[in-house]
Design a protein around this ligand. Structure first.
Ligand code: SF4
Length: 250
């Protein structure tokens, strides 16, 4: 949309204002058929004016054909400057365009898609073998042999928070009902590196999280010591001297 700093209001040019049929013909040529009622004129500038017509195309309800006409000074020859279809307040228009990098959501990547991390991705830092500046290296992180970049502190913290607060952290329903936590489970395989204190991988094929990263305070009923842990948690059995179980007598 062009903006103008002009403050002077141009008068309606009568030659252009009367050229309704010329404007209609231009709109019908672009529409490929008739256009509807003439909605009026809008003055754009000296000797520049726009006629509007209702569109009859059912796919463009509420839209209007806008035909801008102009003429040279001291000439009565009217020229069609532009023909466009413009939305009105009730028109269906596409949502505002958002770059793909902002539209992308976790889980959108499909087989065959390529999604390289951009050069300035703050989740990554150069590995010790690729860094050109000593300050670039994350000294408490990995050296990253064979890799150009490794996780930055930010990337690591972000992943740790996401994992811990997710379905494989301590707040998951299955973890709250578990007899014990992963930290005491024989199937818990510790991660290497800075994340090893809090995360590991579940290696129990009967657990719903088999093959996934779980937090040390996650847990499930397939805990390797679940029987002992459940007993421990439930306390000693209660001896009931008064109750009885009905049995069938033959
Ligand atoms: S089996 Fe259950 S408790 Fe054990 S590591 Fe896997 S998720 Fe954790």
């Amino acid at each position: 949309v062009a903006t103008s700093t002009r403050t002077r209001t141009s008068a309606v040019d009568s030659v252009l204002a009367e050229a309704v049929e010329l404007a209609r013909a231009a709109a019908e040529q672009d529409a490929g058929g008739p256009v509807g009622e003439h909605l009026g004129v809008e003055v754009d500038d000296d000797r520049v004016l726009t006629h509007s017509f209702v569109t009859l195309d059912p796919a463009y309800r509420g839209w209007r054909w806008a035909v801008t006409l102009t003429r040279a000074a001291r000439s009565r020859d009217v020229t069609v400057d532009e023909v466009v279809l413009l939305p009105g307040s009730s028109s269906i228009v596409s949502p505002e365009w958002v770059p793909w990098s902002e539209r992308l959501q976790p889980g959108d990547l499909r087989v065959g898609d390529v999604l390289p991390a951009p050069a300035g991705d703050e989740r990554l830092v150069p590995s010790a073998f690729a860094a050109t500046e000593p300050d670039d290296v994350d000294v408490i992180g990995e050296l990253g042999l064979g890799r150009a970049r490794v996780l930055s502190r930010y990337g690591r913290d972000e992943a740790a928070t996401r994992w811990h607060e997710g379905d494989r952290g301590p707040h998951a329903e299955i973890a709250r009902a578990a007899p014990a936590t992963c930290s005491s489970c024989g199937f818990y395989v510790l991660l290497a590196g800075a994340l090893h204190a809090v995360f590991g991988v579940c290696a129990n094929e009967y657990a719903p999280d088999d093959g996934r990263v779980v937090s040390a305070d996650h847990g499930c009923g397939a805990h390797s010591e679940s029987i002992g842990a459940a007993e421990l948690r439930a306390g000693p059995p209660v001896l009931d001297e008064f109750g009885y179980d009905p049995v069938e007598h033959r």
